[in-house]
Design a protein around this ligand. Structure first.
Ligand code: PFF
Length: 452
C-alpha cells in the first residue's frame, strides 16, 4: 500500500502568507462572539486566567506539533496520520485521530455558519438604521425576534454556507491571502475604536475588573473544561485545520516563531473584544451571563450612540463576517481535502457533498433556538450539545492525541530537525507534549466526570 499520495496543492507563497491564513483561521467568531459570552457565563477573571494558561501551556506546544506534523505529512489529516504512523512504524489506527478531526470540523461548521449568519443579518439591520439612538430593551427585543424566526436565520445561514463553499471550491489560497491581509488591521482598528467608546461609558473600570480580577470561587471544573476547550477552539487546534495549513508550509520557515505570532494575535483580538464589550454590559445594566446573544445585544448600543456609529456598525459586522469566513474555510477544508484525496471526488463534488450535509445540520441548529428548543439531551439543546461535544470534548481529545503522537511516537530526531529549536527549548517543548498537555486534558476530563 502506498502511503504517499500526491496532494493537489502547492505551497504558501511566503511565511507571511501562512501566518495570514493561519491567523485568519484562528481569529473568528471564537474571539469576538464566543470568548466574551463564555467569559460572562463563567464569572470573568479566573476563567480568563485559566484560558490564558491553557493557551500558553497546552495551545502553543500543540500548535507547533500540529503544524510540524502537517508539514511532514503534506496531506489531509487522515492520510497525514496514516503516513506519519507508517514512517515511525506505529499502529495504523492513528489515522482515526485524523478522522476525529475531520468530523469535529464538520460538526462545528454546521453551527458556526448559523452564528455567522446572525452577523450577516446584523449588517443589514445596521444598514437600515435599526440601532440609531436605540436603547437596551429595543436591542434585546430585536435579537429575540431574530431568534424566534427560523426562516430569517435559515436564509442567512444559507448565504454564509454558499459564500464559504464558493471560496473553498476555487482552492483555498488565492482569496484567503488577500482578504486576511486587510481584514486583520481593519478588525484591530474597529476594536480600538470600540474600546475608546467603552472608556467613555462610565463603567470601564468595572469591565476591566470583571475581565482581569481573578476570583477562583467563581469557577468549577466545568468552567475549567470550557476554558481549556476554548483554547483549542480559538486556536483552531485538535482537528487538523492547522495541520492542513501546515502541509502547505515551505521547509525553511520557523514553526515556533510563526506559532507565537499566530497565537499572540489570536489572544490579543479576544482580549480586545472583551475590553470593548464588558464596560458596555455594565454601563447598560445588561446580564453578563446572557449567553450567545451577548455581543448582538451590547455592541449595537454603542453603534447607536457613538458618533459615526452607523458606519462603524456596518463595518464591524462586515468584518465579523469576514473573520468567520476565513475560519469556516479552514473548518471544512479537512473534510474537502479528505474527500478529494481518498474518495476520488472532484473539488466541486466534495464541496457539494460536505456543504449540503453541513447546511442540513445547520438548519436543525436553527430550530434548536426556536421551534425545537424543547428537544434537549442532558439539559442541552442541539446547538449547546454540538458546541459541548466539539469544543469541550473532541478538540481537547484530538489535541491530546496530537501531543502524544508528536511527543512519544515520532522519532525525536525528526521532530527536532523539523522544529529547529535550540536543545533546551526542544526539551521544554517535548516535556509539554509528552506530559503537561495530555496530562492536563486527562485530569480535567476526570474532574468533570467526577472521578477526581
Ligand atoms: N478558531 C476559530 C474561531 O475562533 O472562531 C474557529 C475554528 C476554526 C475552530 C477552525 C477550529 C478550527 F479548526
Amino acid at each position: 500500500m502506498s502511503y504517499k499520495k500526491t496532494s493537489g496543492h502547492g505551497e504558501w507563497s511566503s511565511r507571511f502568507a501562512f501566518i495570514l491564513a493561519a491567523t485568519g483561521s484562528a481569529v473568528g467568531l471564537g474571539n469576538i462572539w464566543k470568548f466574551p459570552y463564555i467569559t460572562g457565563q463563567n464569572g470573568g477573571g479566573a476563567f480568563v486566567l485559566v484560558y490564558l494558561l491553557c493557551v500558553a501551556g497546552i495551545g502553543l506546544p500543540i500548535m507547533m506539533a500540529e503544524i510540524m506534523m502537517g508539514r511532514r505529512g503534506h496531506q489531509d489529516p487522515i492520510s497525514t496520520m496514516q503516513l506519519l504512523a507508517h514512517q515511525s512504524r506505529r499502529d495504523p489506527r492513528w489515522q482515526y485521530l485524523g478522522g476525529l478531526g475531520v468530523l469535529a470540523g464538520f460538526l462545528i461548521m454546521s453551527y458556526y455558519s448559523v452564528i455567522a449568519g446572525w452577523s450577516l443579518s446584523y449588517i443589514v439591520k445596521t444598514l437600515f438604521g435599526y440601532f440609531i439612538n436605540t436603547d437596551a430593551t429595543r436591542v434585546k427585543h430585536l435579537f429575540e425576534q431574530m431568534m424566534a424566526n427560523p426562516l430569517q436565520q435559515i436564509i442567512w445561514h444559507s448565504v454564509f454556507m454558499a459564500a464559504t463553499l464558493l471560496v473553498v471550491v476555487r482552492g483555498v489560497r488565492a482569496g484567503l491571502e488577500r482578504s486576511v491581509r486587510f481584514l486583520m488591521p481593519a478588525l484591530f482598528i474597529i476594536l480600538m475604536l470600540l474600546i475608546a467608546y467603552a472608556m467613555t461609558s462610565g463603567s470601564y473600570q468595572q469591565g476591566l475588573d470583571f475581565l482581569f480580577h481573578a476570583d477562583f470561587s467563581k469557577i468549577d471544573s466545568h468552567a475549567v473544561l470550557t476554558a481549556m476547550g476554548h483554547a483549542f477552539f480559538t486556536l483552531s487546534l485538535g482537528m487538523g485545520s492547522i495541520m492542513v495549513y501546515g502541509s502547505y508550509l515551505p521547509r525553511h520557515v520557523s514553526i515556533p516563531q510563526t506559532t507565537l505570532i499566530i497565537a499572540g494575535a489570536d489572544t490579543l483580538v479576544a482580549l480586545l473584544a472583551g475590553l470593548a464589550i464588558f464596560p458596555l454590559v455594565f454601563a447598560n445594566n445588561l446580564e453578563v451571563a446572557s449567553g450567545p446573544g451577548l455581543i448582538f445585544q451590547t455592541l449595537p448600543l454603542a453603534f447607536g450612540q457613538m458618533t459615526g456609529g452607523w458606519l462603524f456598525g456596518i463595518l464591524f459586522f462586515i468584518l465579523l463576517f469576514f473573520a468567520a469566513l476565513t475560519s469556516s474555510i479552514s473548518l471544512i477544508e479537512p473534510a474537502i481535502a479528505w474527500l478529494t484525496q481518498n474518495r476520488q471526488l472532484s473539488r466541486e463534488q466534495a464541496c457539494i457533498r460536505a456543504g449540503l450535509s453541513c447546511w442540513l445540520l445547520g438548519i436543525a441548529v436553527v430550530f434548536s433556538f426556536n421551534i425545537g428548543s424543547e428537544y434537549t439531551l442532558m439539559g442541552k439543546n442541539l446547538f449547546e450539545l454540538l458546541d459541548y461535544l466539539t469544543a469541550n470534548l473532541m478538540l481537547p481529545l484530538g489535541g491530546m492525541g496530537i501531543a502524544i503522537f508528536a511527543g512519544w511516537k515520532m522519532h525525536t530526531r525528526d521532530a527536532e530537525r523539523e522544529l529547529g529549536l535550540s536543545a533546551p527549548l526542544f526539551l521544554i517543548w517535548q516535556f509539554l507534549c509528552r506530559y503537561l498537555a495530555p496530562g492536563a486534558v486527562f485530569l480535567v476530563f476526570l474532574h468533570v466526570v467526577g472521578i477526581l
